[in-house]
Design a protein around this ligand. Structure first.
Ligand code: ATP
Length: 199
């Protein structure tokens, strides 16, 4: 799975439709203070289902809609689309390209689409579950978070790295398997007891 494009329109400082195409390798976004770099990251978090206006530096969700500037009127709609190359079907979808869209109107109406089909927030969350790209994942680390990670205890930092590396779900599977093994051992002991009694 690879991030291909991000289209932003009417979201925060991006009044006009802006399309960012991500090439192979590392992409850096540079620009002067206040030019909208963080807004791009917030657009990604928003389209992936972010529900906290506070975490998007607002007080209510409609604050993400372009609020106007010195020479431009406010807009009534914010829309962000993110497209992933899903040729490896890393995302549980039959499509080899997955495009997720979120839109919000100033009157509060909103919606999500996956490849042009209306869907619920729950569908989006399920689509990205266990991919490391979910709402609460560490794939996107904001400025304040970096400091928090540096200052965290080694055990906490280890669990962050494990989650990013996708080890967490295997650890859970291992715990489950060990519990089942324990149960099976107990059943075996019981069967052996019964056999011993019968002999
Ligand atoms: P820095 O380098 O200082 O972190 P940045 O490049 O990350 O800055 P952002 O924080 O992404 O910049 O953008 C801030 C700009 O976005 C501000 O000028 C702010 O007025 C504008 N902005 C935020 N929300 C809206 C909105 N709803 N409508 C219009 N402009 C907005």
């Amino acid at each position: 799975m690879k991030l291909k494009t991000l289209e932003i329109s009417g979201f925060k400082s991006f009044a006009d439709k802006t399309k960012i195409e991500f090439m192979s390798g590392l992409t850096g976004i540079v620009g002067p203070n206040g030019s909208g770099k963080s807004n791009i990251i917030e657009a990604i978090r928003w389209v992936l289902g972010e529900q906290s206006a506070k975490d998007l530096r607002g007080t209510k969700m409609t604050d993400v809609i372009f609020a106007g500037s010195a020479n431009r009127k406010p807009l009534n709609r914010a829309e962000v689309s993110i497209t992933f190359d899903n040729a490896d079907h890393y995302l549980k979808s039959d499509f080899s390209e997955v495009k997720v869209t979120r839109r919000l109107f100033r009157n509060g109406e909103s919606g999500y689409l996956v490849n042009g089909q209306d869907c619920r927030l729950r569908d989006i969350l399920e689509l990205f579950m266990d991919t490391g790209l979910g709402r609460e994942s560490f794939s996107i680390i904001s400025q304040g978070r970096v400091e928090a990670i540096f200052n965290s205890k080694p055990e906490d930092r280890r669990s962050i790295i494990e989650e990013v590396a996708g080890v967490y779900k295997y650890k859970q599977n291992k715990d489950k398997a060990q519990k089942e093994l324990g149960n099976t051992r107990e059943y075996l002991n019981r069967v052996n007891d019964i056999i011993a009694e019968l002999e």
